[in-house]
Design a protein around this ligand. Structure first.
Ligand code: BG6
Length: 486
């Protein structure tokens, strides 16, 4: 295996207890429990560690074990058993002060049992409306205090949706901050925990070939595609309230940010966040005309999904053009599309270099010679297309591509996945990969005019066949600029 070169840093999680609120819910089962099991089974969790699962459903130990084992099955039986050995369940009544006293006593007992000293990560996998009341009750019970010196700590992890509008998001944020300051709030966007997303910054920082050409002088445009094969899969009631834009915009913006932000001096917290802040500050929010140009699509079979309202205009597809007003990117549009039931799953970023302006190839209309593609998932590779001479007696051109698989060795496959990685970062007290309050605010500032435009009577909703790459209107978005999707 090739050894790492140069700068190398490691996340060292502190000994701690994870307290998972909403432990019997969907998010816990799909993402958080498998991640906790993965950390325990892969030996990545701290040596002194426990998990306290908290939910409204009454569960005795055998019922709890069965649920946990089922949720953790994807991580493998060994991982599930490793987590079970450190897991407890506590039935909750989130509104009752008595429950928080019980919780506090349970945590003290678990601390003593596992050699943890009041270091607690409260993961609120609950509906957002419960964030503030739970946080305030935790505070009242003395569970969120952080005496100086860092010997004891408490952190709150929350997940999107951070509200459903600018107003509700701001209210959510100020409500939460009545209980804890920003330094104790960890807002997850799991895309930031993906290896291949982090690799974008590494690639740029370490390879002048890319970073020196990563700008308006060399690039023609950028495309970001976030397609999923699945539809709403039993989440129709959630989706009917949210729609794809609210559900996926945070992920999209994170991909745009790591692609387009200026490189920080270091990859850790404040410098990183500062560059991200500057990037978002350079993205103008869409005016009414531009907002109306955002393409809203719906897969044809959506109307027939159980739980979907008759005549629903909820979008399952979105395409738009994002502009960045700074010296690096002015004049380089970012075309973005995301959708459910949009063909096979693929998340990728394509950077199209300008076409040759002189020489024998310049007069031809053979598309872009150089496209640098970063496949984020499920394929994890990089490819650079180029045009070479076609082998043979004639002087002809032929397009070729260089491919680089991101993970080449079995050992690399054992690296933490997105949720595992983010849990480790939170246990280490590093907020770099978590969203700052300014990002949440930007998201809603950016999205609000679009949502408003879509509410207007007669705003177009473009149907697309299930499994296709979205409606024709998404193609037209690029065709107007003389371009097409890759
Ligand atoms: C979630 C969305 O945040 O991300 C889902 O709520 C979506 O609707 C999922 O399917 C996609 O994440 P991933 O990691 O599977 O690409």
């Amino acid at each position: 295996m090739t050894a790492p070169v140069g700068f190398c840093s490691e996340t060292r999680p502190d000994s701690c207890g994870v307290v998972l609120f909403g432990a019997t819910g969907d998010l816990a089962a799909r993402r958080i429990i498998p991640a906790l099991a993965g950390l325990c089974g892969k030996g990545l969790a701290p040596r002194n560690f426990y998990a306290l699962f908290v939910g409204r459903t009454p569960l005795d130990r055998p019922a709890f074990e069965a649920r946990l084992a089922a949720a953790a099955a994807g991580a493998g039986g060994r991982c599930a058993r490793a987590l079970l050995a450190r897991a407890r369940y506590l039935r909750a009544d989130y509104d009752s002060p008595a429950f928080y006293r019980e919780l506090s006593a349970a945590l003290d007992a678990l601390d003593a049992e596992h050699g943890v000293e009041k270091k607690r990560l409260f993961y609120l996998a609950t509906p957002p409306s419960a964030f503030e009341p739970i946080a305030l009750r935790l505070k009242d019970a003395g569970l969120l205090s952080e005496p100086g010196g860092g010997a004891h700590w408490s952190r709150i992890i929350i997940e999107k949706p951070y509200g459903s509008s600018l107003e509700s998001a701001c209210a959510l944020d100020s409500g939460l901050k009545k209980a804890v300051p920003e330094s104790q709030i960890y807002r997850i966007d799991h895309f930031t925990g993906k290896e291949t997303v982090q690799n974008i910054l590494a690639l740029r920082a370490a390879n002048p070939l890319f970073e020196e050409t990563w700008n308006a002088r060399f690039l023609d445009h950028v495309q970001i595609t976030v397609f999923e094969e699945l539809g709403v899969e039993g989440r129709a009631s959630f989706f009917e309230r949210m729609g794809l834009a609210r559900d996926m915009m945070s992920h999209i913006l994170q991909l745009a940010a790591v692609t387009a932000m200026d490189l920080p001096e270091g990859f850790r917290d404040s410098q990183f966040k500062e560059q991200k802040r500057r990037f978002f500050a350079s993205v103008p929010k869409p005016g009414p005309g531009e907002a109306a140009g955002f393409v809203r699509g719906q897969y044809a079979g959506y109307a027939g999904e159980p739980g979907v309202a008759q005549g629903s205009t909820t979008e399952t597809f979105l395409a738009f053009r994002l502009l960045v007003e700074n010296d690096r990117w002015r004049g380089v549009p970012f075309y973005i599309r995301a959708g459910k039931k949009a063909g096979r799953k693929r998340t990728r970023i394509d950077l199209a270099y300008k076409k040759p302006s002189s020489g024998a190839f310049s007069g031809t209309d053979a598309g872009y010679s150089n496209v640098f593609t970063l496949n984020i998932q499920p394929r994890e590779d990089l490819s650079l297309s180029m045009v070479t001479k076609h082998p043979g007696p004639k002087q002809c051109f032929t397009p070729r591509a260089m491919n680089l698989a991101y993970r080449e060795h079995a050992e690399e496959a054992g690296a933490p996945d997105d949720y595992e990685r983010l849990l480790l970062e939170a246990m280490a007290g590093d907020q770099t990969l978590f969203l700052g309050d300014f990002e949440m605010k930007f998201l809603w500032d950016y999205l609000s005019p679009v949502l408003k435009a879509w509410e207007a009577p007669g705003a177009p909703l473009h149907l697309y066949p299930d499994g296709s790459a979205g409606p024709a209107a998404a193609d037209a978005l690029l065709e107007r600029d003389g371009r097409r999707w890759f």
